[in-house]
Design a protein around this ligand. Sequence first.
Ligand code: ATP
Ligand code: MG
Length: 234
Amino acid sequence: MLHDMSLCVKRGDLISIIGPSGCGKSTFLRCLNFLEIPDSGTIRIRDVEIDKLDGQNWNRAQERRAHKLRAHVGMVFQSFNLFPHRTVLDNVMMAPRAVKNASPSEIEPLARSLLAKVGLEGLAARYPATLSGGQQQRAAIARALAMKPAVMLYDEPTSALDPELAEEVLQVMRRLDEEGMTQIVVTHDMRFARAASDRVLYVEGGRIIESGDPEELFAAPEDQRTRRFLRSLL
Ligand SMILES: Nc1ncnc2c1ncn2[C@@H]1O[C@H](COP(=O)(O)OP(=O)(O)OP(=O)(O)O)[C@@H](O)[C@H]1O
Ligand SMILES: [Mg+2]
């Protein structure tokens, strides 16, 4: 259950969301993408706004707009979720081909350039099962980028990875940040949240308890609940 969660993200910002297990981090991300329909509120991404939300009375017109809004959002999960029977290249090409009805020759250059961007240029023909977890996650990022999203959402993208593989993924996210991509990241990696974010949100009990500059929030949290959480990690 979320309560009064309000967030305005500037284009190009990287926002980290931290908080204890079960506090609502995943639910919040899922609402942004309408994988979950909020009971009330407004969600706006670029030119698409869905207001007077009411999960009990979700209608066709709202579903159509949600569909439009989802096209602006790239989502990456903890568990990679690549299609196992498709090559890495096919995984990246599938969504733009389906949605834009484009031929492979139109989409392939973009897909290959995205694979290069995430450091997988040599692995386009491989199947997901033959890649490391870090490589699979980078392929999942390339796949999300193929739809040219306005914002990327990540739900614990590195939680299933060993530290060095996690680092490869975080590096890709830092690079996207430098290129001006807007990103919202749910993470348990406090070092990344502190070093890479423009802003950190501490969530507990379905509420944003504190939000601010990462250096300030980690060094001198204002709310005692944030302090308690950060202390519990030491
Ligand atoms: N589909 C659902 N229906 C009802 N309750 C749910 C549903 N999904 C999650 N919840 C509950 O909502 C709360 C928030 O869950 P959520 O998965 O968003 O937490 P989280 O912060 O992502 O936790 P974690 O760090 O463990 O991933 C939890 O109490 C959870 O049990
Ligand atoms: Mg979660």
